[in-house]
Design a protein around this ligand. Structure first.
Ligand SMILES: *Cc1c(COP(=O)(O)O)cnc(C)c1O
Length: 253
């Protein structure tokens, strides 16, 4: 299926075209929105094809996969022999006993959603004398998911996280409702945008809005997304349902 290097390139360029159209529809500049390739379950050799095609932003959802693919991906070279550089974001639920791996293999953690995690991240980062970029995950679909801070508590949470100097807040992340009704999905994205404006008003630097996946990225861009996370539409269906990655989710996709 992936023998042909062009298949991934073609799918990526199709997605990028749809992204640009969505941005233009609402008067945004397409360059404001980045594309993350979500590579969970995808073999490193296939990910390499996307990197060779010029993609530079990847997302993984499980620490085990993040770690096991790192040796292959970090050893890739450009044609002139220099390292092939890319960004790897962690976008899955982060358990506190996996913090060490997360900060070793990811450049950004998009799923910061509770103070206990923030404190442990800060401690570990201090120990290693490092810092990391983070996004705060907000649960905009209420009943659908157990992860992410509640919208009503998000501003207070952001103000707290700001006190931890090893975590550099870059933005907000959400997983929209898994529903075929785009207007209900849209309200999740609107909610995240509203929270962003409130936080910016208080001086929390949440410039980035990570929202939108294969089924809803155009709606997310219309509502202000600056980073869409796309897996299936580029790499094809995964062998496991989404509930494997986000327990309690995806049952009615
Ligand atoms: C799997 C996943 C995606 C990509 O989902 P697709 O529907 O395959 O595009 C995006 N964000 C998160 C957090 C994910 O776990």
């Amino acid at each position: 299926m992936f023998e042909n290097n062009n298949l991934i390139k073609e799918r990526v360029s199709d997605i990028r075209e749809r992204m640009a159209k969505a941005a233009i529809r609402v008067g945004r500049n397409p360059s404001e929105v980045s594309l993350m390739l979500v590579t969970k379950t995808i073999e490193p050799a296939v990910i390499e094809q996307a990197l060779r095609g010029g993609e530079r932003l990847l997302g993984e959802n499980k620490i085990q996969e993040l770690k096991s693919k790192a040796p292959y991906l970090t050893s890739l070279k450009e044609s002139d022999g220099s390292p092939l550089l890319y960004q790897m974001h962690f976008i899955g639920h982060l358990q506190t006993n996996k913090i060490k791996e997360a900060i070793t293999y990811a450049t950004t953690i998009q799923s910061v959603d509770r103070l206990s995690l923030v404190q442990k991240l800060q401690n570990r980062l201090e120990l290693e004398d490092k810092a990391i970029d983070v996004y705060l995950q907000v649960n905009t679909s209420a009943e659908e998911s157990k992860y992410g801070v509640e919208p009503a508590k998000a501003l207070e949470f952001a103000l707290q996280v700001r006190e931890y100097d090893r975590l550099h807040i870059k933005g907000l992340m959400t997983i929209g409702l898994f529903s075929a009704e785009q207007e209900r999905v849209r309200s999740c994205f609107k909610k995240l945008k509203e929270l962003q404006l409130k936080m910016l008003d208080k001086g929390v630097p949440v410039e980035q809005l990570s929202m939108g996946m294969s089924n809803d990225f155009e709606t997310a861009i219309e509502e202000g997304s600056t980073l869409v996370r796309v897996g299936t539409s580029i790499f094809g269906p995964r062998p496991y349902p989404d509930s494997y990655y986000w327990p309690q989710m995806g049952s009615n996709k």
